[in-house]
Design a protein around this ligand. Sequence first.
Ligand SMILES: Nc1ncnc2c1ncn2[C@@H]1O[C@H](COP(=O)(O)OP(=O)(O)O)[C@@H](O)[C@H]1O
Ligand SMILES: [Mg+2]
Length: 387
Amino acid sequence: MMNIKDWLSAPRTVCGIMTGTSLDGIDVAVARFSDFDGKHQYELIDYYTFDFPAELKSLAMRIIHEQIHISEFSEFSYLLARAYTDSVKQLIAKSKIDLKIDAIGVHGQTLWHRGEPTRGAIYTHPASLQAISFSAMAKWLEIPVVGNFREADTALGGHGAPLVPIFDYEFFRSTEENIICLNIGGISNITILPKNCTLTDLQAFDTGPGNVLIDNTMNILFDLSYDRSGQIAETGIISSELTNELKSNRFISQKPPKSTGREMFTLDYTKDLINKYSYKIQKEDFITTFTNFTALSIAENIKLFSMPADRIICSGGGANNKYLMKKLKEMIPACELVKSDVYNLPGDSKEAVCFAYLAYRTLGGLPGNIPSVTGATKETILGVIAV
Ligand SMILES: Nc1ncnc2c1ncn2[C@@H]1O[C@H](COP(=O)(O)OP(=O)(O)O)[C@@H](O)[C@H]1O
Ligand SMILES: [Mg+2]
């Protein structure tokens, strides 16, 4: 075990693992972080997205959408730890360079997220649950693992989300431009970084759906998991009636801080919409309309809550959806839309690198949340270290 006191005194190689709400893959990234008198640098060393084992995906979906026995939930944490462990081993084996990993940061699988306290519930704080037995991983890999990042923030009254903004602030803020970092995962979120901003000027929140409505519909109507490059969206027509119904979701124009999860855009919710409109619109039109609405909800949040941005740095799987990106560009024509890849950070690796960075901060004794962003009463070191 390394001496944590000296953690920041040398560059550290940290692995980050992310499985988001899309349940599409296990993103594993290895990055080297260095501290120069409090100013941090990252260098991406390697990353790969491993398949999310099919049986684990269906178990996660059942836990999220159905009533299951507690034993299945308990086993899920270990099974996911096994899948994460195998992924790390495979990445080390595949890597061209000799990878010596100092620590791992794991997000775990969100099975429940409620940024606001549940009305009428006994527990009056926000609550968020990420399943993963990171202690098992630490034993199997013999590498310290940091996990459970969100709980410290929710305990202090925060949403426990978003946690990526500290990474965006450290590495993407600019003295010349107003920047927005946009991640389009299952859910979309933005970090707003005004020119010359300090931590307290920064805003970050979920804007609403990312790929979740598109993926749900691809699943229900096309028996596919996603709309590759937005090809199907390209072929349909936008339904203004369905768009209007989607726009009535209060989350979209709700003032930040705000966060959401799959709970708001479930398969049942999507099925109900499809049933309601399928007598008048075509299969493809659902994909086109949901994709357009996804762009609209991102653009609307930017218009309502952000300064005029010079540049939007995009990441997450949705950045690969050409129709979605085209619509977004049309809706906010004044700003430049670039992928995070131009910053040596491939869009699919970003969140994994962020959780590696959060682990780096935790081991260095540095706070990881931003109270003005999450709503927590104060900043705090995040996570639990398993050795
Ligand atoms: N080439 C692509 N074309 C269109 N959509 C894509 C592509 N690659 C990934 N996606 C979308 O991105 C989603 C995964 O994004 P990701 O950032 O991993 O989200 P999460 O963090 O929720 O797992 C997929 O489910 C899919 O909808
Ligand atoms: Mg993913």
